[in-house]
Design a protein around this ligand. Structure first.
Ligand SMILES: N[C@@H](CCC(=O)N[C@@H](CS)C(=O)NCC(=O)O)C(=O)O
Length: 239
């Protein structure tokens, strides 16, 4: 057997899990290079040629002249088109999928990312910023309420099927414990979490390239929190 078409560069983070979820759900063969942030592998010149933003994830499609794709939303979109899965054909359902994908990329991800940063990295490293914490936690909660309202009477975010919008949104929204954002009273959202938690492909994907149970609140996170904050200590001191 030759090499698989798709080569994935990723790490065990919310954005990093997204392409893994697609590839596992669609049962597409792929191989993987784990990127080690502690060694700054995401900033290495060879990697920056693939991903000018110096972040993960990235895929390279060997069957398409080693075409490289960065930005996790664009990666999911590319894979969905290449394999004809998880992106509806119907124009309106397709547009809805892309609307909710953009909502995740531009809203849920950045806001919950900042909520995490100020509480899980800046504060333990001696930078307390209550007004930033309030702003990002409140905005994250508001966005999760938008998801909850959208999921009223529906199983999935777009059209009537499971799509790349669900795949993109799940790792971020599901990490509400790690972001210290409450989902109390958001019954539709919690039911959607339960539907996705139960999928074998998701369970597998969340262990690749490594499991991070602290993100989902499945373990005492104090050791994980300390280790995570220490990895970013030098970035904080540069601010
Ligand atoms: N908008 C980008 C964000 C990617 C991103 O922020 N990745 C983080 C991990 S979730 C990363 O690579 N962090 C390492 C760094 O900032 O150096 C995407 O969705 O792909």
């Amino acid at each position: 057997m030759g090499q698989p078409d798709i080569h994935l560069y990723t790490a065990a983070t919310m954005n990093g899990y997204k392409p893994v979820i697609f590839l596992e759900e669609a049962e597409i063969p792929y191989d993987l290079t784990p990127i080690d942030f502690a060694r700054k592998e995401q900033k290495a010149p060879d990697y920056l040629r693939l991903n000018p933003n110096g972040r993960i994830p990235t895929i390279v499609d060997r069957s398409n002249d080693d075409f490289a794709i960065f930005e996790s939303g664009a990666i999911l979109w590319y894979l969905a088109e290449k394999y004809g899965q998880f992106l509806p054909e119907d124009p309106n359902a397709r547009s809805e999928t892309l609307q909710w994908l953009m909502f995740q990329m531009a809203g849920i991800g950045p806001m919950m990312g900042q909520a995490m940063y100020f509480q899980r990295i800046a504060a333990p490293n001696g930078e307390e910023n209550p007004s930033a914490i309030n702003r990002y936690v409140n905005e994250s909660r508001r966005l999760l309420e938008v998801l909850d309202a959208r999921l009223d009477g529906r199983d999935w975010l777009a059209g009537d099927e499971y799509t790349i919008a669900d795949m993109a949104t799940y790792p971020w929204a599901r990490a509400y414990i790690w972001a210290k954002v409450s989902v109390d009273g958001l019954d539709n959202l919690n039911a959607w979490f339960a539907r996705l938690d139960a999928r074998p492909a998701i369970q597998k994907a969340l262990t690749i390239p490594a499991a991070r149970p602290g993100f989902w609140g499945d373990e005492d996170d104090s050791a994980f929190m300390k280790e995570n904050a220490a990895r970013f200590a030098s970035d904080v001191s540069k601010n």
